[in-house]
Each structure stands twice: as structure tokens, then as C-alpha cells.
Design a protein around this ligand. Sequence first.
Ligand SMILES: Cc1cc2nc3c(=O)[nH]c(=O)nc-3n(C[C@H](O)[C@H](O)[C@H](O)COP(=O)(O)OP(=O)(O)OC[C@H]3O[C@@H](n4cnc5c(N)ncnc54)[C@H](O)[C@@H]3O)c2cc1C
Length: 412
Amino acid sequence: MHTAVESWDVVIVGGGQAAAETAFSLRQQGFPGQVLLISDESVLPYQRPPLSKQYLRGEVELDVLQLRSVHSYEQANIAVMLNTRVEQLRPAAKEVVLQDGRLVRYGKLVLATGGRARQLGVPGMHLQGVEVLRTVADVQAIRSRWSPGRSLVIVGGGYVGLEVAAAAVASGLKVTLLEQESRVLGRVTAPVISSFYQALHARHGVALVTGAQVDALIPADNGLEVRGVRLLDARTFPADQVIVGVGLVANVELAQLAGLATNNGIEVDESCRTADPDIYAAGDCANFPCGFFQRRMRLESVPNANEHARCIAANLCGTPRKLDAMPWFWSDQYGLKLQMAGLSSGHEHLVLRGDPEQGHFSAFYLLGSSVIGADCIARPADFIQARRLIMGRVSVSAEALADEAIALRSLV
Ligand SMILES: Cc1cc2nc3c(=O)[nH]c(=O)nc-3n(C[C@H](O)[C@H](O)[C@H](O)COP(=O)(O)OP(=O)(O)OC[C@H]3O[C@@H](n4cnc5c(N)ncnc54)[C@H](O)[C@@H]3O)c2cc1C
């Protein structure tokens, strides 16, 4: 039995970057109506990047991660329901059903449901000491088991896995990182970047194993806790804790059950709108046509969540806007910043500027004579110019890009 409770002009489902940014962008862009944000988390929206960086290293407190204070929500007149899960969408009635059966009616609905950590489909995932990293609660569980000398096995050599390895080494843990491909970061960067990071981690004492396919997580004698990891080739690695960082599964089920199209994310158009004109989707859960690269994609990054949120807010404020931003991202490991602009996929040539041996260099990905992506390691100035080169679709010569005697600025 459902009872209608309230009606709101805009209801935002989600409690992450995309949800908070949509709510505040609406106000910044002058939206006068009622706005409600519904999150199943117990805390106000916070930044996730520090979860595998400063917060995991114990350098900052939770309140620093919060995107906006309670006071900001009050001031902006944004209503928030925490600890509340939206169980169902009813597009025909323009209602959402909450976990306790209450109904909330909307004028426009924004799905900012993000994603959840992918699990490993192997025996032993339920054992104590096996963790994933997506929420503040995950970090608290992880850190409660950290003490110098303990053995940590990380499964997955993507950004999260590598950042966790760097933080764990700094906390004195013995770290083994298992990657199933032949190199870390294989999906997103060129081999030269993978080699650089593999060498960096090895220098800091991380035992890195590539080509490692996990077969099972091994229980301790008590059957409750994890004791190790076994690979398909029968090798085993002892572990007091296992952190699984093998990617994200987009939370598309609400949309799917409501009959909205999903395909690696909730499908939206260039305004972030689904096929239902009253429902939008933003951030990690959205599959969108990237105007800049002229193809559909789903991205997992803060700048992407913000871009979607601002685009939706503009459209709801009656100032139609299309997505046109260039993707970018960053990662921090051992105090070294990697900044990425554009996309490397589909590149024809790779040009290096600087020498990896020096600990700082940039890799430019070219399609024809245009730079479509760049990875800049400890080179913030290169990153600024790389963004300009990519955004301007500037034609450049590979020789000039590689020549450090020529200022990048002069090529833009
Ligand atoms: C450890 C880590 C490190 C990262 N590092 C970087 C980085 O360095 N740089 C970068 O750019 N990006 C980084 N990212 C990615 C970035 O944080 C995400 O892309 C961004 O937070 C996505 O925001 P979102 O709002 O789309 O999704 P999410 O942050 O996943 O938020 C979704 C929210 O919706 C809630 N929700 C889901 N379903 C429901 C429901 N049915 N009812 C109510 N609430 C619901 C969830 O609980 C959650 O609060 C990192 C992510 C992680 C996990």
C-alpha cells in the first residue's frame, strides 16, 4: 500500500558528485522550484577521489571530503533525504517509490545513481578481510585492518588498485598487486606509462604480478577470514586482507525496470535526457554522446559528473545546452600527479616529451596530426597546453611535440 507524500519540481536520485552538483547548479543558474535529493548513503555527498588517496592515507578527516556543508543545503533550500533508497520509478505517474513504500512525485527526475564496485566471481568473496573501495564506509573497514607488517593483496591494477598500493606501502604494509593483463593500466594508457608505474611501484616495494588470474580467495582455518589468494596457475599469495579493485558496475537497474534504454549506462542524449523527456541521467551511470569526440561513452570521473550536472541544470533552467566538454582525469601515487586529457583510444601515433627515467614526462596520443589525448606525469604545464592542443584540434608535427627546446605554448 503506497501513500503519496510530497511533490517536488526536481527530484534527484543519488548522493554523489553528480547529484550534489546538479542540485547546486540548479540554484546557481536561478532555478526557483523545489529541489529534493534522495540518497541511500548515511552522509551528505562527498568527494570520492580522496578515498584512495588522502583519506585512505589518514591525512584528512571525513568533513573535509564533504562537497557542501549542511548549512549550504539549507541556504540553497535544497531538501535532502539520507538513508533512503529509491526502489522503483513510475514514469507514467511521475513518481518514485521509496524503500518504505512512500511515494514522491516529481516534475523532472535526475538519475545520479553512479555505480557499485564490481565483485570478483570467485569463491571466498564473502570472507572477512575482503574489501572493495567505493564508499567512506569501505575505507573505514579497510583502515581498521591496517597495521605495519600485515600482508595486503590487491586485485586489479587500475587507478584505484595502484593508489591503494601506494597508500598501503606508506602505512608499512607488505603489498602484492595482482593484475590479470600483461600490464597495469592497460585499458587506459600506452605501454610506456604502464612500465613507468610498474617500475615506480616496484621501487617502493610493491610485489607486482601480471598475467595473474584469480581462482579463489583462500579461507583461514576458522573458515571466516581470508588467508590468501590462489591463482588459476595454482600460485598462492598469503594475505591478511584482500582489496578488490576491478572496476565499477553502473547502477542502471532503476532505469532498466522503468523501461528506459540502457547500454553500458543509462542512455541519454546530448542534453543528458533519456527517451522520457522528464527524466535525465548524470555522472558514472550515464551513457552519453560525447560531442567532443563524436561518439557514445560512459566515463567515471569528477569532471564528467560535473559537466553532466551543469548541462542538466541549464536545460532545466530553460537555457538549452549540449554536452561538449573534453574528458580529463587525474591520479596521485607517491606524491606524483598523473593528469590525463582527452582519450587515448583510437590513436595512431604516440609521441613522448621528456624522459621517463627523469621521473616526469608527457605522452601525446595522435590521430593523424591532431593530438586526441595526453598523459602528463608531474608536468602540470604540459597538461595545460595539452588541453589547449586537444580542444583546439590543432595540427602539430610529432617532431616539434617531442622537442623540449620548442615551447608547447608556441604550438597551440
Ligand atoms: C576510490 C575512488 C577514487 C577515484 N579517484 C578519482 C580521481 O582521482 N579523479 C576523478 O576524476 N575521479 C575519480 N573517481 C571517480 C569519481 O569519484 C566518480 O566518477 C564520481 O564520484 C561519480 O559521481 P556520481 O555522482 O556519478 O556517482 P557516485 O559517486 O557513485 O554516486 C551515486 C550515489 O547514488 C546513490 N544511490 C545509488 N542508487 C540509489 C538509489 N536507488 N536510491 C538512493 N541513492 C542511490 C549511491 O549510494 C551514491 O551516493 C574515483 C572514484 C573512486 C571510488
